[in-house]
Write a protein that binds this ligand. Sequence first.
Ligand SMILES: C[S@@+](CC[C@H](N)C(=O)[O-])C[C@H]1O[C@@H](n2cnc3c(N)ncnc32)[C@H](O)[C@@H]1O
Length: 215
Amino acid sequence: MDTHKTEITQQLYKYMLANSVKEEDALLQKIRHASQQTDGAQLLITKEQVQFLQMLIRISGTQEILEIGTFTGYSAVAFVQALPKTGHVTTIDRINKFPEVQKLWAPVLSQITPIVRPAIEVMPELIDDRRNFDLIFIDADKGNYLNYVNYGYNLIPKGGLIIIDNVFMLGGVATDSERPRYVNMRHFNQSIYNDERFDISIIPIGDGMTLLRKK
Ligand SMILES: C[S@@+](CC[C@H](N)C(=O)[O-])C[C@H]1O[C@@H](n2cnc3c(N)ncnc32)[C@H](O)[C@@H]1O
């Protein structure tokens, strides 16, 4: 198998960030700062992921987004900012641990529907309700990733996108480590690579994001 044309060293990654990542707008900055005061500061997607996903939302004409893994709503608010005024984000989390941070959503609240329940229970109900989304972003419990992709398949049209975060597990997937979390993610990555229902691409920003397009 070919290796990367250009090795992505930390130095090169920093160069890429310095030449592509813009200042966040005030609302996202506020939510990022407030999130960083919580015990899950490292859970947010990165600024380069935000820009990439916002670009994708804009160029794909996405209207309806389903997110699995709300946390403080940083990514959900970023998605709304890239949507047209008629667009909407439904975001699921099993807990609402930081309601005070979520108060910051106020300027975009009419375009976000939070659902506070386990996603594995909610997704089959969304299918029963014949809900449809253009894009599904999966950023929650890794052990359920395959289930989320399988349910997600039934919630998007042909050409719809499923995007999965943390597929590199901070590099652990490409080591010999037998830690269950790495073994599980390797199994997931292999399974969706072999899944002929989707076109696939992995984008090596943040902790690695897989893009699946329903054929
Ligand atoms: C990495 S954080 C999401 C970060 C968010 N997408 C962002 O970038 O702003 C993962 C979230 O998934 C949630 N989660 C974990 N297990 C879940 C489950 N079974 N169903 C729904 N949400 C779950 C956690 O509570 C946590 O808030």
